[in-house]
Ligand binder design. Sequence first.
Ligand code: SAM
Length: 284
Amino acid sequence: MSLKNRIVRALNRHVLPRHRLVLRKSGHEAENGLLTPSLRERMFSDIAAIAGPWLDSVLGSEMAMPASALPGAVADFAELHERRPVRDNSGGMGFNGSLWLYLFARALRPELIVESGTWQGHSAWLMAEAAPEAELITFDIEHDNLLTRHPRVDYRLGDWAGHQVVARARSMVFFDDHISHTRRLREAAKRGFRHCLFDDNVPANGVFLTGDPPLPTLAMLHDPQMRPGMRIDWRYREREFHYVASEDDWTSAALIEAYRPVPPLRPASPYREHLGLAYVRLRG
Ligand SMILES: C[S@@+](CC[C@H](N)C(=O)[O-])C[C@H]1O[C@@H](n2cnc3c(N)ncnc32)[C@H](O)[C@@H]1O
């Protein structure tokens, strides 16, 4: 990151939010974009052509939005994203990841959304905008990085394991906290959630792509070459780590009714591909 962008980031994080101000970083990918209306419309319909079949495959009859409304929903997202209060969400979701989260929340139209991993508050703000009827609770073990608070979001400090949260008929939970996917699967099932989104779903050979990967990930559980007892070693930022797959973790796979990683959005969307967002429907 350049010195200029570092200064902008520090000001945005520590000083300007107190005055409800943000500085834009011109080099940030989401600050740049297409202006030509015909090309924007083509981009929205190309993205909708990828997102539609995926949403249909995960939500089926529970989809609260007709396929014909999808290009409009993508356009709404692009307009909303321009107005996002967290201008630089480094360490969290960028354009494409945010787009998936927005479309999923809008297509499901849940009454309750729970998020684990608030960070600067971007994804909670986005889901609150995507699902105006939903109650939204977001958890984080620290609030030092929180830059924005949406009036409809309940910001709770601590791991959700220490709080009483129970799913309703139409609920979703989004895990973006780098905690083991199998631990989160068990907790979500215990609380009655069926629709779950998991971030950082790195494959076994991609554990070095993010700090503190949520091991084992869903991708690893679905990898036919992975099995209990197997060990993975890797290096991240000059430190070495290892993970050994446990029998307990592998039994959690039985909780899963459907597993659908989001498909790549390129070339329809020219923005950076989001790393590892995946949907799980838990058995009822
Ligand atoms: C990748 S960031 C979340 C990004 C955010 N969802 C976004 O895109 O706007 C991960 C966050 O998870 C939080 N975290 C770590 N352990 C946690 C836990 N046990 N429960 C909840 N949050 C946790 C970290 O403090 C960090 O803020």
